[in-house]
Design a protein around this ligand. Structure first.
Ligand code: NZQ
Ligand code: ZN
Length: 386
């Protein structure tokens, strides 16, 4: 196991009816900006619960943060934060609204002239405006981590940011919110969380037995509950399992002391930036090809995944590893998620070269747990996914 430090300051308030607890968490003298997405919260009753909980607060609101939150929209919210002297941000939404809020928390206290620099120059956020979240969609883990991903629509770029000041002060997780999530978004959430675990697990053995079993247990739980979640999102106990799996998949815990990959996400973000494909689906497109291409370096963990998660117990290590990748693809298909780029866009030819050129331009010359995947390898992986 590698050395590590672990600190996660986010307070989680989990369970039925917890949105009403908002008023225990936000300072009473705060001037609050309530942020939300394209309007689902107004249809499913979450907005009403939030407004009721904020009844004694001085607050204004900013709606309309799109999925894959856009810099251009967020800049409008930033103007309001400055003009209205906002002191606390409250995100009510999924990963997109929460990530957008993280960007605003950072940009509000940013010293430079051009907030996009936070993303394009990889500036870490060590000071930020305080913020909390009400999670409406389990998937990203953003509710308990310090990362965010922001899109610049004008240049079709999607870049990450992070820093110690970007943990939410609190996150309210009421599993009942999943009742109104459309089926394809539930499938996305399961796929994203599953992929987060894989990015922190499918590397090489390092004798971190507990981290391995944390990771395997999250994947096993997601596989077990997926059919119930898709068929009956009213099933509270499964909703609770689903929500907690998603948070635990990316709150920093399972990656401590182990190597991590994240190449699938890096490549996937380009597919969203170029074609607008849902984040989770980009991961399902890239993961099988990535694992087949890197079979040699990932064989041990792929085989462990095959044995422990899928119960494959005959064959050589390589055979089990290859079977495990097939099982993974079957799982995505069971969720009704296609694993071929060509099924999402007719413009797929040439994608590999485009992404290769972008990575060279950004100097991203070594991806993956061994930092050995060059832009030309990335191009081969993308081509395999056509
Ligand atoms: O726009 P609204 O009205 O919020 O509707 C959303 C959106 O259309 C809807 N939705 C959310 N909760 C709902 C609901 N519809 C009905 N009932 C509810 N309770 O679902 C749609 C998708 O929402 P979004 O927030 O975009 O989804 P998700 O949580 O998957 O977030 C995706 C974004 O997070 C980034 C992704 O790249 C993408 O931009 N990620 C953030 C990470 C992080 N901060 O740690 C890690 C991830 O790997 C990921 O990159
Ligand atoms: Zn993800």
């Amino acid at each position: 196991m590698n050395n590590f430090e672990f600190q996660n300051p986010t307070k989680i308030i989990f369970g039925k009816g917890t949105i009403s607890k908002l008023s225990d968490e936000i300072p009473s003298n705060a001037k609050v900006l309530l942020l939300y997405g394209s309007g689902s919260v107004k249809e499913n009753g979450i907005y009403k619960q939030v407004i009721n909980a904020l009844s004694n607060y001085n607050f204004i609101e900013f709606g309309g943060i799109p999925a894959n939150p856009e810099y251009e929209v967020l800049i409008e919210a930033l103007k309001i934060i400055k003009k209205e002297k906002i002191t606390f941000l409250l995100a009510v939404g999924g990963g997109s609204v929460i990530d957008g809020t993280k960007f605003l928390a950072s940009a509000a206290l940013f010293d430079g002239d051009e907030p996009w620099d936070i993303l394009s120059k990889y500036i870490r956020t060590e000071k930020a405006m305080p913020f909390g979240t009400v999670l409406t969609m389990p998937a990203t883990g953003s509710e308990m981590n310090s990362g965010a991903v922001i899109t610049k629509a004008s240049s079709k770029e999607k870049l990450g940011m992070g820093g110690t000041a970007l943990f939410p002060q609190f996150s309210i997780l009421d599993p009942q919110v999943i009742q109104s999530i459309p089926k394809h978004q539930l499938a996305n959430g399961i796929t994203d969380a599953f992929s987060h675990v894989m990015e922190q697990y499918m590397t090489y053995p390092i004798q971190a037995k507990l981290q391995d079993r944390f990771a395997e247990s999250i994947m096993q739980t997601l596989i077990e509950i997926a059919p119930t979640i898709l068929e009956n999102p009213m099933h509270y106990q499964s909703a609770a399992d689903y929500m907690w799996c998603c948070t635990m998949a990316l709150n920093g815990l399972i990656q401590k002391g182990v190597p991590t990959d994240w190449a699938i996400h890096a490549i996937g973000h380009e597919l969203t930036a170029l074609y607008g494909i849902d984040h989770a689906r980009t991961l399902a497109i890239i993961a099988p090809s990535h694992y087949r291409y890197n079979l040699e370096t990932k064989k041990e963990k792929l085989a462990q995944f095959g044995e422990r998660v899928w119960g494959i117990n005959s064959g050589t290590k390589e055979e089990i590893a290859l079977k495990a990748i097939e099982k993974l693809e079957d799982f995505f298909h069971l969720l009704n998620i296609s694993t071929r780029l060509g099924e999402y866009t007719p413009e797929f030819l040439g994608t590999a070269e485009k992404i290769e050129a972008r990575f060279i331009q950004r100097n991203w010359l070594g991806l993956g747990e061994n930092k050995t995947l060059k832009p030309e390898d990335v191009a081969k992986i993308v081509t395999m996914s056509y």
